[in-house]
Design a protein around this ligand. Structure first.
Ligand code: ATR
Length: 508
């Protein structure tokens, strides 16, 4: 179930939010700690004022007045908070009321009122710093008979997330709410059903960028992009690993493609700070395949049982899928290689080049992304100048690719313009300079375009970087990183789809 946390200051604004999201939600949580003082008197009548939910039935509502020590907005005293909860529960319209674990023993009047009103207790515990060692006990319904246990905890990184998933996967199938908050836990919000949580919490989009808890997204994105209601225990799980990762456009791309192809698969971002822990998690969930982005494109290589030549050649891997008949091991690909070349070949055709062979190019940058670019260009028979701020890194890249003789390396400084003059059929920019939020920066401020160059910037936010704008103004043919993003994502998607179709085909 998708549960929308209502965090507006007034009941009428909350009603407006329910109407806005009714098509996507199954349940509501009224966060009365966000309400203005004058609004509280009417809260007992709120559930009866609601429109029906997506099934046509009345929307069940949780009443929550979250204390500040549990991440809430309640500024009043404890006695006043209980009076407000009692007022709401006695109104009879709330299906659930959230009571914190530490209230136990001092909430007899509330329990009595809840029993009389037919309201079920959600017994909640919060940890905004860690995944506590006693998580299993917090989620054990035996520890709160007749109540629904809830734990919202905060993984600091991948090994905490592994601990969370391992713990919830071992619990018996009983109603509970288990949430891993923050960016490191985000995947558990999308996979909540699969991990045995009866609901996932969402927040309205953009209420002054406030969300009810770290990691919430809006119900429409959860329902339409992540197809929450159709993710089951059988759905194949794919994802993208990187750090940071929440800005990635890959979930939007791959989930859209899975939906178009009617495949029972979902694609989730995983913020990964420990690749070992992630691969353990990948066995536990289990995960069928992942896209790999900064900074893990080299680190994942040691987990590969098989490597496509694009991985061996570029010395970097951006796609990992399960391989082999038993799907035991992992196979790596580098879809940046075909993804980079496809738009370049189109631009070369537009420029009237019969082929890339023999053309001379400058590649700016010598990081992970440059590896795939240099490998792809060398395979096309181009001659290269590799410019990098740190010259040694450029030399190491050329050596790693077995191309020390074929690639000229130089320092990216004001004197590089002279070097570039001999390598200016194509200029490829692979550094992060010019990428939002650094969109005003130009990695080649000293270089004057003649208008004859093809200029390719692999940065895709913004789609038109300052460098590309200057090149375009000079009359150059330009290629945006957006094209590369789409071409590499398409190549990657075809690998995911192949795997998914093979695994969902009926066995003989
Ligand atoms: P990616 O996988 O995106 O290539 P990376 O491996 O961290 O990321 O590489 C970043 C590239 O951008 C490197 O070439 C880096 O230059 P250094 O090797 O000298 O660090 C380059 N880069 C990053 N910031 C830069 C800056 N402000 N000026 C010039 N080059 C920069």
């Amino acid at each position: 179930m998708i549960c929308l946390s209502l965090i507006a200051a007034t009941l009428s604004e909350n009603l407006r939010l329910v109407a806005r999201y009714a098509a996507y939600v199954d349940m509501l949580e009224l966060r009365a700690d966000y309400l203005l003082h004058g609004e509280r008197a009417e809260l007992d009548r709120f559930p009866r004022a609601l429109p029906p939910g997506r099934s046509g039935a009345p929307l069940p509502v949780i009443l929550t007045v979250r204390a500040r020590r549990d991440g809430g907005q309640w500024h009043g005293g404890e006695n006043e908070r209980r009076q407000l909860l009692l007022h709401g529960v006695r109104g009879g319209g709330y299906r659930y009321v959230d009571l914190e674990r530490w209230l136990r023993g001092s909430d007899a009047v509330l329990l009595e009122a809840a029993a009389a009103a037919g309201t079920t207790i959600i017994r909640s515990a919060h940890d905004f710093d860690a995944v506590p060692g006693n998580l299993a006990r917090l989620l054990d319904s035996g520890s709160c008979p007749g109540e629904i246990p809830k734990a919202a905890v905060t993984p600091a990184g991948s090994s905490d997330l592994l601990h969370f998933v391992r713990t919830v996967s071992a619990l018996p199938l009983q109603p509970r709410i288990a949430v891993a908050m923050g960016t490191a836990g985000f995947a558990t919000r999308v996979l909540a059903r699969r991990l045995g949580s009866m609901l996932t919490f969402c927040s309205p989009e953009n209420i002054d960028t406030v969300v009810a808890a770290p990691g919430h997204i809006d119900p429409e994105t959860m329902s339409r992009l992540y197809r929450y209601h159709s993710i089951s225990g059988n759905s194949a799980v794919f994802g993208v690993i990187g750090n940071p990762i929440m800005h990635s456009q890959s979930p939007a791309y791959h989930n859209r493609r899975f939906a178009e192809d009617h495949l029972d698969a979902v694609y989730v971002p995983f913020e990964v700070d420990d690749v070992d822990a992630f691969f353990e998690l990948a066995e536990l969930i289990p995960i069928a395949g992942v896209s790999v982005t900064i900074p893990h494109k080299q680190a994942v290589m040691r987990y590969l049982a098989q490597r496509d030549p694009s991985v061996t050649g570029a010395g970097a891997c951006n796609t990992v899928v399960r391989s082999g008949a038993a799907r035991g091991g992992w196979k790596g690909y580098n879809s940046d290689v075909p993804g980079f070349l496809e738009p370049l070949q189109q631009a070369a055709a537009a420029a009237g080049w019969p082929e890339l062979r023999g053309r001379r190019a400058t590649v700016v940058g010598a990081g992970g992304a440059a590896r795939a670019v240099v490998y792809a260009l060398l395979r096309q028979g181009m001659e290269l100048l590799l410019l990098n701020r740190t010259l040694d890194r450029a030399r190491t890249l050329a050596r790693d690719l077995g191309a020390s003789g074929a690639v000229r390396c130089a320092c990216l400084d004001d004197s590089a313009g002279r070097e570039m003059a001999g390598y200016a059929d194509l200029i490829v920019q692979t550094t992060s300079v010019g990428m939002a939020p650094d969109a005003e920066s130009d990695p080649l401020p000293f270089y004057q375009f003649s208008g004859a160059e093809i200029v390719y910037d692999i940065v895709y936010t913004p789609p038109l970087t300052r460098l590309l704008q200057r090149a375009r103004d000079a009359g150059c043919i330009t290629v945006s990183g957006r094209k590369m993003f789409e071409a590499q994502a398409d190549a990657q998607y075809r690998l995911f789809r192949e795997l998914q179709l093979a695994d969902s085909a009926p066995r003989q």
